[in-house]
Design a protein around this ligand. Structure first.
Ligand code: SF4
Length: 180
């Protein structure tokens, strides 16, 4: 039986998911071993209610919607993996903390030199911006961190391969991950 995996992105740039796709032809091997359920790759939005073995999250916790997504993933997966610097400690998104959320939103949506009649977008789907951007582990328990911006395809391949083999990956600096 295939191992079920769900992935999602929070406040991130999608680069970590792109890096996952960069495993190139190894994706065929991966597809033989796993079933991708909900994921930006499949466009299914919620992990199945009966759960998955591995949940993978990219991106920081930046708004209330991110918290909901992270909590649902945590509830529905056995092993939660945070991939990328944003998910690990806030990464580039946490630069917002240096100026504050209100100031960052004003600058981005109202005050740029090319903005005319700008508005700060709001919607239930976007969620409410948080005062402080954090990594995923500030709202749910994370079992494995795979840092990097993004983590290389080889690093992600190693991490997933080890999990599929029933081992906890030991994440080392990038020069250790040289695959042919
Ligand atoms: Fe993008 Fe880097 Fe954040 Fe991944 S860690 S979501 S590549 S900014």
């Amino acid at each position: 039986m295939k191992v079920k995996i769900a992935t999602d992105w929070l406040a991130g740039c999608a680069g970590c998911h792109m890096s996952l796709l960069d495993i190139d032809e190894r994706i065929v091997k991966l597809a033989e071993a796993v079933e991708f359920t909900s994921s930006p790759l499949t466009d299914l939005k919620h992990p199945p209610e009966d759960g998955v073995t591995v949940g993978i999250l990219e991106g920081a916790i930046s708004n209330t919607h991110n918290i909901k997504v992270a909590k649902q993933m945590r509830e529905r997966c056995q092993i939660l993996v945070a991939i990328g610097d944003c998910a690990t400690f806030g990464g580039i998104v946490a630069m917002r903390n240096m100026v504050g959320t209100d100031s960052a939103l004003k600058r981005a949506y109202l005050e740029t030199e090319t903005t005319v009649d700008g508005i700060i977008p709001t919607s239930d789907e976007l969620g409410k911006p948080l005062d402080v951007v954090t990594g995923v582990d500030k709202v749910v328990k994370v079992d494995l961190f795979v840092p990097g911006c993004p983590p290389s395809a080889d690093t992600l391949w190693y991490a997933i391969s080890e999990l599929l083999a029933g081992r906890i990956p030991v994440i080392l600096p990038p020069e250790y991950f040289k695959y042919d």
